[in-house]
Design a protein around this ligand. Structure first.
Ligand code: FAD
Ligand code: FES
Length: 258
């Protein structure tokens, strides 16, 4: 799952903003070098003038050659400031960072499972899989229909809501069919359920992060074989069975149950 590519530090203007679910927004920023090299599951670490001391990590949601997009909700000071910004305001974008899903040709069917804001790496993953000739089913889960991101990609889309207000009544994991390759992103409790059902699944994990570049050890992921990895360097995508799930904090603010 290596990137092996260059990391860019770019001064990137915001170029667009749209709402894709209740309080969930996509920001586009001009970052051509990152757009040209990013792989699904990689992230950017974003800072801005008068922002928090530490950059904030976000998966790359889409790219169009010139721009990359990120998707977010306001969950704290940093995300609230980002969502108060306007097109033309500038961000400092460091990336692409980490190891992505590492999709390769071969598998016939992939299922993408997202819970809440776990949609973030999935459009890039759906695009890469489709280009490789893989049939993509994307299972989109959230607590209720108004929290479901309205955007989707792939050959088939399955909707799942905890309250039954759209699609399957229950979790995205319960709604998902089996496939040759399973990719997942969402709250850690959801990913632990993915690991129980598909130990070989590739899961994009979110932890607290400091530097995003392997230096501060702020992003430790406990491993089943013992010891820790750095989510920003060895991750954020892992083989589901490799993570010691009970030791990984379920601190994410994402709204979806396991
Ligand atoms: C590799 C990676 C990719 C991510 N991709 C996305 C994404 O695409 N979209 C998105 O909305 N969020 C994503 N996150 C989470 C995002 O970075 C945090 O929500 C953000 O840093 C919170 O900043 P804040 O200043 O608003 O919140 P803070 O004021 O710092 O904290 C508010 C709340 O968010 C939680 N939180 C803080 N930092 C993190 C963190 N790094 N990870 C998880 N929870 C955190 C806190 O526990 C608290 O509940 C990603 C995190 C990682 C590590
Ligand atoms: S965030 Fe600093 S080592 Fe990973």
């Amino acid at each position: 799952m290596t990137n092996g590519g260059q990391v860019f530090l770019l001064d990137s203007p915001i170029t667009a903003k749209r709402e894709v679910a209740r309080d969930m927004f996509v920001l586009a920023v001009r970052a051509p070098e990152i757009a040209a090299s990013v792989r699904a599951g990689q992230f950017v670490n974003i800072g801005w003038f008068s922002g928090p001391l530490l950059r904030r990590p976000f998966s790359v949601y889409r790219e169009d050659g010139e721009n990359i997009e990120i998707i977010l909700k306001a969950v704290g000071e940093g995300t609230s400031q980002l969502l108060a910004m306007k097109p033309g305001d500038r961000l400092s974008c460091l990336g692409p960072l980490g190891h992505g899903f590492g999709l390769e040709a071969g598998p016939r069917r992939a299922v993408l499972i997202s819970g809440g804001l776990g949609v973030a790496p999935m459009p890039l993953a759906a695009g890469e899989a489709t280009k490789l000739g893989i049939h993509v089913t994307w299972v989109h889960g959230a607590r209720s229909s108004d929290e479901l991101c309205t955007e989707s990609q792939g050959h088939e889309v399955v909707w799942a809501t905890d309250d039954g207000s759209k699609g399957f009544a229950g979790t995205a994991v319960a709604a998902a069919p089996d496939a040759d390759v399973v990719l997942a992103c969402g709250p850690n409790r959801m990913l632990a359920a993915v690991a129980d059902r598909w130990p070989e699944a590739r899961v994009a994990v979110e932890t607290y992060m400091g530097c995003g570049t392997g230096v501060c050890l702020g992003c430790a992921v406990p491993l089943k074989r013992g010891g820790y990895d750095r989510a920003c360097k060895e991750g954020p995508v892992y083989r589901a069975a490799d993570i010691d799930w009970p030791s990984l904090p379920s601190h994410l603010p994402y709204a979806v149950t396991a």
